[in-house]
Design a protein around this ligand. Structure first.
Ligand SMILES: *Cc1c(COP(=O)(O)O)cnc(C)c1O
Length: 377
């Protein structure tokens, strides 16, 4: 196996702030090496303070685990249908299937690349007319760009369908000054290795309801009833975050806003140097939206140009990646219903994610830009 090549320019690699090891060391010194302890409590408090607005946070083993418990707590079960943004990472949709429910995919709008409110309402009306009212909506802030919160939530409340806000890519983003991760009936975060901050692997469920937080922790720790022996009246999970990884999270919280700044700097650099080309387009922030620019993405004019850029970057050891392939185009979801307008399929054809880590140097960014400019010439 190759050791990590230090010269490779990665799409998004972990970026430690410096104090992570102190929290981890303290966990060892005090023997809190378990899926509970002061770092777990501390990390949850840090996140609650950061998100504001009476958020209660339960730290879990992954964002996927948070989605699974979140959907369960919203009442999703066997035979239900759940509306889900098609253009996303598979982890937004997989937990729907874990619960025996069926995803129904909704296409994107051009303005944010997220849930198209028009298609969302068409889908709700159509599913209701077919006799199945959707049990929940999974809405995603893709690449850190907020979805159209006002439109999506007003449709959701009109039809009384709860929203699971997938904010895995959007910690540090906001909508009209309010932090992403606080809009859903339940919201989730991810701290996977490539995300805006990382605990090496981890996630969190966010709720405004203290009891929902307690219930989440109960389910995430094997649903043990209050008794001296092990008593169970419900099926539980082993989904709690460990006190070791939570220590990494506490250190990462100290540098979150700085790292968002670096990610936004990457985006601005690419934009300033490439936007004069008629063959490259950037996703602007609509009024009131603040993106953490988790990944800097470009839209090219054709599939062929996108591939030429991607392969030219790969040749000099620079990682880039096509945009998320929509779920309605994935073989595993081939038999799921979908409400489409062509936007996500088109973006997948022509779009590319560029190296976006908060640890990139200006020389790295310059190198990426010069390779792309060479292709355009
Ligand atoms: C990363 C991610 C997840 C899953 O988070 P994990 O912590 O990797 O399980 C869910 N949804 C989206 C949109 C993601 O990008």
């Amino acid at each position: 196996m190759n050791v990590i090549d230090s010269k490779r320019i990665w799409l998004s690699s972990p970026h430690m702030g410096g104090s992570e090891q102190n929290y981890v060391k303290e966990a060892f010194e005090t023997n809190w090496v378990a899926p509970l302890g002061p770092n777990v409590d501390g990390f949850e408090k840090d996140l609650e303070g950061y998100l504001g607005g009476e958020s209660h946070v339960a730290a879990l083993g992954s964002g996927t685990a948070a989605l699974h418990l979140g959907l369960k707590l919203l009442g999703v079960s066997q035979g239900d249908e759940v509306l889900c943004q098609s253009m996303t990472f598979a982890a937004s949709a997989n937990p729907i299937v874990y619960l025996g429910a069926k995803p129904v995919f909704i296409d994107s709008e051009r303005e944010t690349w997220n849930l198209c409110p028009e298609q969302l309402e068409i889908a709700i009306k159509d599913r209701i007319s077919k006799g199945i009212k959707p049990k929940a909506i999974v809405a995603v802030h893709l690449y850190g760009m907020p979805y159209n919160v006002e439109a999506v939530h007003s449709i959701a409340s009109e039809y009384k369908i709860p929203v699971l806000e997938d904010s895995a890519e959007a910690l540090g983003s906001s909508y009209h000054g309010v932090k992403c991760g606080t809009f859903g009936d339940i919201s989730i975060l991810s701290f996977n290795g490539n995300k805006i901050i990382t605990t090496s692997g981890g996630g969190a469920l966010v709720t405004k309801n203290k009891d929902v937080k307690q219930k989440t922790i109960f389910l995430a720790t094997q649903a043990r009833d209050n008794a001296p022996h092990y008593e169970h009246s419900e099926i539980g999970y082993n989904y709690r975050m460990s006190n070791i990884t939570a220590g990494i999270g506490r250190g990462q919280m100290e540098v979150l806003d700085t790292h968002v700044g670096y990610r936004r700097r990457n985006f601005d650099f690419y934009k300033n140097h490439l936007e004069s080309s008629s063959e490259i387009k950037f996703l602007e922030e609509p009024t009131g939206m603040f993106s953490n620019r988790w990944l800097s993405c470009i839209e090219t004019t054709s599939y062929e140009l996108r591939e030429e850029i991607r392969l030219s970057l790969a040749e000099v050891n620079i990682e880039s990646r096509p945009l998320w392939k929509p779920m309605h185009q994935q073989p595993v979801f081939a038999d799921c219903a979908a409400y489409l307008n062509g936007v996500s399929a088109d973006l997948f054809d022509r779009g590319l994610c560029l190296p976006s880590g908060s640890n990139l140097e200006e020389d790295d960014l310059k190198k990426v830009v010069s390779i792309i400019k060479n292709v355009l010439r």
